[in-house]
Design a protein around this ligand. Structure first.
Ligand code: DLL
Length: 433
């Protein structure tokens, strides 16, 4: 189903005319209102009037997470705070989160784009949606919540956690749609099985999964175990949240990007050159309509490619391929974005630790596990076991407090973590997805 027939099926020429008009207005606005953008444009020797065609976008400088960090927390907002009605945040590479803001109109746009995503996945007004994306600073929960309401369907705002209770609600309320991370979907089905219940007996028929990497094999498994049609949804806080792109139920081949609101480019992350359609590289996104927190050529660090062929679902919107990884070392553990540098920052505050650590990520019963192994210095190592255990617990608490993720901390002997000749290998990801 198509939620916004007019905009989702625009002929390319008409779509590009809208994109150019919006891009020029955006560039004028950020140049006038956001000092950080003005400075970056000036440093690159480009002025708003230089943007005459869509190709001229390539003359504008990229925006990175570092820019957001330099302007933490609200320095890149393009409206006064009294027009901001919502704040969300996601993990930054240091202890500080990346902060994003929305005007009322931004929330309306976002709601429409999530409504479009739901419709593309085959959801309609009569559906009941069990929304198990986390509510809070994370954009998943509230993003889907508003989208479901915009579509006119019913939302159950379950949020994350409390798996057994979720199973009870799935059984009793009979939702027809499940929205959560793909790993949590599988975890739900395992727990149901342990309780002697079968997902096939529930009413679910569609699942919309994203916020973390998953594979075609995982889709097959989810569809088989949960008895539903599983679709991929993509987004990131810096650009909006969920709803930037979504697979359609008809083709399930690539995620349609809402191009009347975003321009996507693929670049070579080393040379920074823009690559032609079909080639794989880093996805870069420009927001065309966001008011509070527009981004210009934001480097997502996500790896994908673009396919411009019209789709059998009727949309002319470019499709991005399922993400195949990231160009940085961010890992996603139970839906929480984690940078090794954040863990490092927590560890470095503790006396008695050596700056050698490794993160071991695995998946046990469909749930991600994170173990932090860190070397202690000689003095700490000769302490009694009880003291070492206390130290471990203390670090676990700090990681939970600062990063919002549970980890198992294991203090290990001095010089036991393998040293590398080049870049230290901080992450060992044993998950098979
Ligand atoms: O994860 C927004 C979202 C919520 C998307 C719910 C989909 C569903 P962040 O927390 O800012 O926002 O994390 C964004 O998550 O750059 C990707 O690396 C990863 N990611 C998001 N969707 C997918 C997906 C939300 N479908 C980061 N497949 C992004 C693989 C994904 N990775």
């Amino acid at each position: 189903m198509i939620f916004n027939e007019e905009f989702e099926t625009l002929p390319r020429a008409a779509l590009e005319a809208i994109q150019l008009r919006r891009l020029r207005a955006l560039v004028d606005r950020v140049y006038a209102l956001v000092p950080a953008y003005r400075q970056k444009f000036e440093a690159a020797g480009v002025r708003p009037e230089d943007i005459q065609t869509l190709k001229d976008l390539q003359r504008l400088p990229f925006t990175t997470k570092q820019d957001l960090r330099d302007n933490y927390p609200f320095g890149m907002f393009a409206v006064p705070m009294e027009q901001v009605v919502r704040i969300h945040a996601s993990s930054g590479t240091t202890g500080k989160p990346t902060v994003v803001g929305y005007t009322l109109r931004d929330i309306q746009t976002w709601s429409e784009l999530v409504a479009r995503s739901l419709a593309a996945a085959g959801v309609h007004r009569h559906d009941i949606i069990h929304n198990a994306y986390g509510y809070g600073l994370f954009t998943g929960g509230l993003g889907f919540h508003y989208g479901v309401e915009r579509l006119g369907a019913s939302v159950i705002p379950v949020s994350g956690g409390n798996t057994r209770r979720q199973i009870m609600l799935l059984q009793d309320f009979g939702p027809t749609v499940l929205t959560c991370t793909p790993s949590f979907a599988l975890h739900l089905s395992d727990v149901a099985q342990d309780l002697g219940l079968n997902f096939q007996d529930f009413k679910l028929r569609v699942g919309i999964f994203g916020a973390e990497p998953w594979s075609e094999a995982m889709r097959q498994e989810i569809e088989k175990k949960l008895g539903l049609d599983a679709l991929d949804v993509y987004g990131l806080s810096e650009v909006m949240g969920p709803g930037v792109s979504v697979e359609c139920q008809e083709a399930k081949q690539g995620l349609h990007i809402a191009e009347d609101h975003f321009i996507a480019e693929i670049i070579d992350p080393h040379t920074l050159e823009v690559l032609p359609y079909g080639q794989t590289g880093e996805l870069v996104i420009t927001t065309l309509t966001k008011e509070a927190f527009p981004v210009i050529r934001y480097r997502t660090r996500d790896i994908s490619s673009l396919n411009p062929e019209p789709c059998k679902c009727g949309r002319n919107l470019v499709r991005m391929t399922r993400l195949s990884g990231r160009t940085d070392d961010m890992i996603i553990v139970r839906g929480v974005n984690v940078f090794p540098s954040q863990i490092e920052a927590v560890l470095m505050e503790v006396r008695g630790l050596a700056p050698h650590y490794q993160l071991i990520v695995d998946r046990l019963n469909q749930m991600d596990t994170l173990e932090v192994q860190v070397e202690v210095d000689e003095a700490t190592f000769s302490d009694e076991v009880r003291k070492m255990q206390q130290l471990e617990k203390g670090i676990e608490k700090n990681i939970k407090d600062y990063l919002g993720v549970s980890a198992k901390v294991r203090l290990v002997e001095p010089r036991s973590i393998p040293r590398s000749e080049g870049k230290a290998q901080r992450v060992i990801d044993r998950r098979q997805i």
